[in-house]
Design a protein around this ligand. Structure first.
Ligand code: ACM
Length: 262
């Protein structure tokens, strides 16, 4: 399976320009699964909750969905992307998995980071798995990495690959994802953005270094800190179904749930 990420510098509040940028960068790339960053057309640093509402789109029917469905169909591959989701009087930091037949699956960020608690409502979707081309795909968003329960829950629900749209600002996630993959025996595609968002005098800078990590914790690909990059690698996702560590240890059947804190 050909899986990859598209890292770029998102222009805040310019969704049309960002969609054009994505279109240009994808070119004629061939993939089965491509991950874009968190909030990848709107930008990240919201001046207010009202501004978040103004940039938000409805799941499945928003303008970005029309665009991403077109990419998914043309390239005959699934696309994961992050967007501010408008749902009645609520706005979520969400991600969607869009399939070539137009079917869409939704995830709402569980662990909001810092000021996101002012801009968004807490995600209420929980973690779920979606099958595509015989592979089980799970979604989490950026700061979810800091809670090992996110990846662990996705693994226990059967994920082979975790798609992880991000706008990372802390330095440790890429290294932590090696551990998340190793301890769960899953692949992960962390797609970060690069550059900065500014509001008045304040700036938030993003760390780039998007990464594809194998189910054995190997870094298969990593982008630079400040570069546009579309990187696609071939993986065997079903390797994630083998949870053995050696002949006598298995990451799932060796778990001792009775001793774990609930
Ligand atoms: C983050 O969760 N976007 C830092």
């Amino acid at each position: 399976m050909r899986v990859g990420f598209l890292q770029y510098n998102v222009a805040f509040g310019e969704p049309e320009a960002n969609r054009q940028r994505v279109s240009d960068l994808i070119g004629d790339a061939q993939f089965d699964l491509l991950v874009l960053p968190e909030l990848c057309f709107s930008g990240y640093y919201m001046p207010s909750r009202e501004a978040t509402f103004r940039l938000a789109e409805s799941f499945e029917t928003g303008k970005s969905f029309e665009f991403v469905k077109g990419i998914s169909k043309r390239h005959d591959g699934a696309v994961v992307f992050g967007f501010p989701e408008l749902s009645r009087d609520k706005v979520y930091n969400s991600a969607a998995l869009v399939l070539p037949d137009g079917k869409c699956h939704l995830y709402r960020k569980t662990h909001l980071f810092n000021l996101e608690k002012h801009w968004f409502d807490p995600g209420d979707s929980g973690f779920s798995i979606h099958e595509f081309r015989g592979t089980r795909i799970g979604l989490m968003i950026c700061f979810d990495w800091r809670f090992p329960e996110s990846a662990r829950t996705l693994m226990l629900k059967g994920a082979d690959i975790i798609c992880h749209p991000s706008n990372l600002v802390l330095p440790s996630c890429q290294d932590a994802m090696v551990t998340r993959c190793l301890e769960n025996g899953v692949f992960a595609i962390t797609c970060n953005r690069w550059g900065a968002d500014r509001q008045d005098e304040e700036e938030i800078r993003f760390t780039g270094r998007s990464q594809i990590t194998s189910s054995r914790g190997e870094v298969l690909a990593r982008a630079g800190v400040e570069e546009d990059a579309i990187v696609i690698v071939e993986i065997e996702p079903l390797r994630a179904r083998d949870k053995s560590v050696n002949a006598l240890n298995d990451m799932v059947s060796d778990r001792k749930e009775e001793f774990y804190f609930k």
